[in-house]
Design a protein around this ligand. Structure first.
Ligand code: SF4
Ligand code: SF4
Length: 494
């Protein structure tokens, strides 16, 4: 067949089409390459390197900052975790029988700590009745905050339903997959944690001192003997997600821990499911579904944080504005090293949390021995008493809000972090803490209490627009008296 000659017009058409194809392919290729660059992420992605931004390698140390100064012991959560103890106390306490009417472990605890009994009774007899008077009076101001808190806590995985040797292991007979070494596995686990929604992730070899003596989920509550730490709890993977900055600043009444509890809980359950799918044991310890261990020292061991004067872990990225969860596992991992980025020195002189705590629960003094380790003691009874002395949904979090490390990650904050982390003299610590107090003062601590207890329902900062009930909701009592023109508040709400 002879060649057909193309007209000029046809040649132009064909070359135009070819040019378009090549052009599109080039653009596509360029776009694909550009899209692979992490800088092209739009902000929805939670990615390693994009969220855990602090270069920890520069601040790694061989030993965590807490010091062992005596024989150590594991905590008894039935008495030392204030919510657990007070739950039992409120059911068992009767004025006629007094301390003798309590279960044995409560009796032993209160005889050793009479000040705790006094504070537990004060809450029950004095604070809670006053709160019952004020809550309905001021409820309208917090309708949106309460609805938000409930919504954030609405999704919850099922609790742990068996002892560790059963519930932690994957079902079926599958052998654990052979992994290509702990270093690679750790990299994979961290990336998965980020994919599952975690902003922070670190790995520690589990120190048994952080595991509760009593109780352990799935083993029963009233065991006579302390529960042994399961042998397969070799490593702890810690994850963490932040709480909304604007709501945290409006504590104690507008914030909610459910905000980040829910996110960290979901991450931990996803991570445990992933590890089990590889054939290894995993147990999530999460807010809202309970823990068998203490989290802050594990965060320290995992190189994510240092523990502050307020006893909460402080991370370089989020300060203490986050909520963590832990997964214990036998998947062979490479632990991270603890870090020292200057928090211990800073806390020594700062004391802002202690001065602003309405309960006086945080010490302005020195560290003390607690179960064999040196740390700042916090009076959990006084702290919890304040939770019931304000109208917040879930506690207080003022110490999170006022801590100078809990700031948005702008250039000012990262520069201050760099300076304080590298200042052996401590001069910058005093200067920055002083500046913070002068530039950003909060209300007097007594104003945070409910009016029946002498306060004004104050908040550290004003609530964000989306939590101001008065801009969206007609107060139930005033429903019939509001003029119809004032009822559509939509245009003012933003
Ligand atoms: S407020 Fe100051 S003293 Fe308290 S934990 Fe934060 S840095 Fe430390
Ligand atoms: S949560 Fe509130 S009451 Fe408790 S220690 Fe922190 S500031 Fe004090």
């Amino acid at each position: 067949m002879g060649k057909k000659k193309l007209s000029r017009r046809q040649v132009l058409k064909v070359s135009g089409a070819a040019g378009a194809v090549v052009g599109s392919a080039g653009l596509g290729l360029f776009g694909y390459e550009a899209g692979k660059d992490p800088e092209s992420y739009t902000g929805c992605e939670v990615q390693e390197g994009a969220c855990q931004t602090f270069n920890r390698a520069r601040y790694e140390v061989d030993r965590p900052h807490y010091e062992k100064v005596g024989p150590t012991s594991r905590p008894d959560a039935r008495t030392e975790v204030v919510f657990m103890r007070r739950g039992a106390f409120s059911q068992q306490w009767h004025d006629e029988t007094g301390i003798d009417g309590l279960s044995e472990h409560l009796q032993a605890f209160y005889r050793e700590h009479p000040e705790a009994l006094e504070l537990d009774r004060y809450r029950q007899d004095h604070i809670l009745p006053k709160r019952r008077i004020d809550a309905p009076k001021y409820r309208d101001d917090y309708i949106l905050a309460e609805a938000w808190s409930r919504a954030m806590g609405a999704v919850s995985p099922p609790g742990i339903d068996g002892p560790p040797e059963k519930s932690d292991f994957p079902g079926g007979q599958a052998e654990p997959l052979k992994m290509k070494g702990p270093r690679r596995t750790s990299k994979l686990i961290k990336q998965m944690a980020h994919q599952f929604g975690s902003v922070l992730v670190g790995i520690a070899r589990l120190n048994p001192d952080w595991v509760y003596r009593y109780p352990m989920r799935g083993r029963g509550f009233a065991a006579d003997e302390p529960v042994e730490v399961p042998k397969h709890w070799q490593f702890a993977v810690v994850v963490g997600t932040p709480m909304s900055w604007d709501a945290v600043a409006a504590n104690p009444t507008f914030g909610t821990s459910n905000d980040a509890y829910s996110k960290s809980r979901i991450v931990a359950y996803r991570l445990a499911a992933f590890i089990k799918a590889l054939g290894y044991a995993a147990r999530p310890h999460t807010p809202g579904a309970s823990y068998d261990l203490m989290v802050p020292p594990i965060m320290v061991d995992a190189g994510l944080a240092e523990q502050g004067r307020h006893s909460i872990a402080i991370t370089p990225e989020l300060g203490c504005n986050f909520r963590p969860a832990v997964v214990t596992t036998n998947l062979p991992l490479q632990p991270d090293k603890p870090i020292d980025f200057g928090v211990q020195d800073f806390c020594r002189s700062c004391k802002i949390c202690a001065k602003n705590c309405p309960a006086g629960a945080i010490t302005t003094g020195e560290k003390e021995e607690v179960r064999g380790y040196l740390r700042y003691p916090v009076c959990s009874e006084k702290c919890h008493n304040f939770w019931d002395s304000c109208l917040g949904n879930m506690g207080c979090r003022l110490c999170v809000a006022v801590c100078p490390y809990s700031r948005k990650s702008n250039w000012l904050h990262t520069t201050a972090l760099d300076v304080t982390a590298n200042d052996p003299t401590g001069l910058s610590h005093k200067a920055l803490a002083g500046l913070q107090e002068r530039l950003y003062p909060g209300p007097d601590p007594e104003k945070y209490f409910i009016p029946s207890l002498g306060g004004e329902n104050a908040t550290y900062r004003e609530p964000p627009w989306w939590l101001r009930s008065e801009d969206f909701i007609v107060p139930p009592a005033a429903k019939d008296t509001v003029p119809s023109a004032a009822k559509d508040t939509d245009k003012d709400a933003g």
